[in-house]
Write a new protein. Structure first.
Length: 158
């Protein structure tokens, strides 16, 4: 009988740890939540006021890119670019749009032949982006976030 009482007391004494509340720290919770984010995907892409009525995510992205390319093309068409040989290049503009909606050109990648024929292509492309309409930044979980894009611009001069 004494051994049963002793075992019962021992069992109760050691099982009290099961009733303790585990402390959860907000920093740990935040860190765990941040690990589950897909940081390469946003809930809403950056947009222009002309595209904000579009609700399908892929269509919204396409409208944004189309508006950017259209502005670049319109600017380049107004320039008097003279070349001695044909130019056919797909220029890749790497841009970021910060959480305030400001656009920054990170790099412009084009063929060496294009640079020879149009030495001012870099400055022309940067200048073409200065006249774009106001950009509304991308949104991720209700927060405005910075996004990076690669924008193809086709340059064909015969």
């Amino acid at each position: 009988m004494k051994s049963i009482v002793f075992l019962l007391i021992l069992l109760l004494a050691t099982s009290c740890s099961y009733f303790e509340k585990k402390k959860i720290y907000s920093e740990d919770l935040l860190e765990e939540e941040l690990q589950t984010f897909d940081w390469n995907e946003v809930d809403t892409y950056p947009t222009f006021s002309s595209c904000d009525s579009i609700t399908v995510k892929a269509d919204s992205k396409a409208c944004f890119q189309k508006t950017l390319v259209s502005n670049v093309n319109q600017f380049l068409e107004t320039q008097n670019i003279v070349v001695s040989e044909d130019v056919n290049d797909t220029i890749r503009l790497k841009i970021t749009i910060d959480n305030k909606g400001f656009l920054e050109v990170k790099s412009i990648i084009f063929k060496p032949e294009t640079a020879i024929q149009i030495p001012e292509i870099d400055s022309l492309l940067r200048q073409s982006l200065k006249g774009i309409p106001k950009i509304f930044p991308a949104i991720k979980r209700g927060q405005q976030v910075t996004t990076a894009f690669e924008l193809p611009v086709i340059v064909k001069i015969d």
